[in-house]
Design a protein around this ligand. Structure first.
Ligand code: C2E
Ligand code: CA
Ligand code: CA
Ligand code: CA
Length: 279
């Protein structure tokens, strides 16, 4: 027992060190990452639930770190938020995503729209509207081809200001989606005031399908409300045929998940899309 305790401690200490080391590496690296061109965008399709045609593509950032390898967003976006670097990174993501869609248009690949994630600090910053306008203009992309995904918890942090800011963005002609929906304890009365086009049901509810009764009840309630309000509903994290079938039958509009396609670099996505029926 004594040996086991000692081992546990050693593991713990080693882990702490590597975590501190990683954070240091990341903080320093993050400042330089844009100019060193270390970020890359991966693309995951959203499919029409009835026809399975590609209806949109979500852009997901990764950081190709020289020592740490491919770093997923959950490991550096919080740090980018803390340091304020998210604004420049976010601008780069917007501009690159719009440019990529235009490039696909010109290459004859049919991808109706691109969805870009916004983090809390980006959403709160007034410069965002100008960044979005600039990204669209420089890519010569029509605004309705771009969707902005904002999480429910970001919107509910300051719902009164969020309403005004959403209207400003909406004024550009872009589409607006509420991400991770169902996790942020939205007051329904605020939800009704947000000028949204799309609800993205959080993966945690899709995970429970089709057996878990609570997930089922929540998803049915979301779909009923969305139908009344004319929202499009996306289910994310679809991993099984059973989930896909269930969600299509219940009237979900779009499906996204590993069952169909993982997020992948632009060239791989292009190959996938060209081979996918309906494209
Ligand atoms: P999210 O917007 O909720 O994105 C969905 C996440 O689920 C992605 O993780 C995606 O790879 C993953 N996913 C997709 N299908 C499945 C599935 O079938 N099963 C499972 N288990 N996972 C699936 P990823 O790429 O690691 O992104 C994590 C989060 O990082 C995103 O969550 C988003 O909040 C944030 N993020 C990603 N890219 C950006 C960005 O460019 N800017 C900002 N501000 N945040 C970003
Ligand atoms: Ca998202
Ligand atoms: Ca989500
Ligand atoms: Ca999420």
């Amino acid at each position: 027992a004594k040996e086991a305790g000692k081992n546990t401690y050693q593991f713990f200490a080693a882990d702490m060190n590597s975590q501190t080391f990683e954070r240091l590496l990341m903080e320093n690296g993050l400042r330089m990452a844009l100019e060193r061109d270390e970020f890359e965008l991966h693309y995951q399709p959203l499919l029409d639930a009835q026809t399975h045609a590609i209806a949109a593509v979500e852009v997901l950032i990764r950081w190709r770190h020289p020592q740490l390898g491919l770093v997923p967003p959950n490991r550096f976006i919080p740090l980018a938020e803390e340091t304020g670097l998210i604004r420049n990174i976010g601008h780069w993501v917007l501009a690159s995503a719009c440019r990529q869609l235009t490039a696909w248009d010109r290459a004859g690949l049919r991808v109706p729209r691109v969805a870009v994630n916004l983090s809390t600090r980006q959403f709160e910053h007034a410069a965002l509207v100008q960044q979005v306008r600039e990204a669209l203009m420089s890519a010569e992309l029509s605004a309705d081809r771009l969707e902005l995904e904002i999480t429910e918890s970001t919107l509910m942090k300051n719902p009164v200001e969020a309403v005004a800011f959403l209207y400003e963005l909406k004024g550009l002609g872009v589409k607006l989606a509420i991400d991770d929906f169902g996790t942020g304890y939205s007051s329904l009365s605020y939800l009704m005031r947000f000028p949204l086009d799309t609800l993205k049901i959080d993966r945690s509810f899709v995970d429970g399908l089709p057996e878990d009764d609570d997930s089922l009840t929540i998803i049915e309630a979301i779909l009923a409300m969305a139908r009344k309000r004319g929202f499009e509903v996306v289910a994310e994290g679809v991993e099984t045929e059973a989930q896909s079938g269930f969600l299509s039958r219940k009237g979900c509009s779009l499906l996204q998940g590993f069952l169909f396609c993982k997020p992948m670099p632009a060239a791989d996505f292009e190959r996938f899309a060209r081979g996918w029926h309906g494209n």
